[in-house]
Design a protein around this ligand. Structure first.
Ligand SMILES: [Zn+2]
Length: 247
């Protein structure tokens, strides 16, 4: 128990440091979105999938009548978009009205890449995604929330909206399916500290066991009780219908 608390504390402090560093870098962060443009909204987002929890999360969101956003990868240790089962999950999320967005092809740290490599990470994901959903995403989140000004310029030249977050659930720190309390507490803390009509973009990962249907149900119930409207990323940006390009 003590060990778990220590791990969570470490994860939270690492995450705070990362976000603090991000926000001190004026060269690109002013081009990225950390919160919704509309008031009183919450965009629930999932990175790094499709993964072990994606199917049950889609089912739960559908049952609750809530649309989420999935920032997907094309080829990593945990996901491979060329596998039929993986592609089927993405197609199911898309057809249910959830937003599919880019988290790059292979989840490399974009600050370490040159312009051609950044472009490849973006365009090669589009190439594997297009046969699956017939669209090209127009929203992206850089892996690890890390970006250089060079990468930012390449990504914006490809006409992408860059999305970060203002609630980090740190769900990647907790491996046991019954230990999502710490992730849920990040919602409670963020909403308690913010103005009543504040909006949020919440980060979690559909590749971790604690980020499952029960967790999503709890988060949705809490957010609704707090009066939040649960939205996709394009709605969160006040620009519904801008999630994709069809060509
Ligand atoms: Zn990621």
């Amino acid at each position: 128990m003590f060990l778990l608390a220590l791990i969570v504390a470490l994860c939270v402090s690492i995450s705070v440091v990362v976000v603090t560093q991000l926000r001190r870098d004026p060269s690109w962060y002013k081009h990225a979105k950390f919160r919704c443009s509309i008031p009183n909204a919450l965009a629930i987002t999932f990175d790094d999938g499709p993964g072990r929890s994606t199917g049950e999360i889609i089912d739960k969101l559908d049952a609750l009548g809530v649309k989420g956003t999935f920032f997907v990868n094309g080829r990593t240790a945990t996901t491979d978009m060329t596998r039929p089962q993986t592609a089927a999950l993405v197609r199911r999320a898309f057809e249910s009205g959830h937003q599919i967005a880019s988290h790059t092809l292979t989840h490399r740290d974009l600050t370490t890449l040159n312009a051609t490599e950044v472009r490849d990470e973006m365009l090669h994901l589009e190439e594997v995604l297009y046969p699956v959903i017939g669209m090209r995403p127009r929203y992206m989140r850089p892996p690890y929330g890390r970006l250089s000004d060079l990468a930012r310029r390449v990504i914006q030249a490809l006409d992408y909206q860059i999305i970060i977050w203002n609630i980090d659930t740190n769900d990647w720190c907790v491996k046991h399916p019954h230990d999502s309390d710490a992730s849920f507490e990040q919602y409670v803390k963020a909403m308690a500290q913010a103005p009543r009509d504040a909006s949020f973009i919440a980060l979690q990962h559909d590749v971790h066991p604690a980020t499952n249907a029960a967790y999503v149900e709890r988060v949705v119930a809490y957010a609704k009780a707090a009066g939040k409207r649960l939205v996709r990323m394009d709605e969160c940006m006040g620009a519904p219908g801008t999630a994709y390009a069809s060509q």
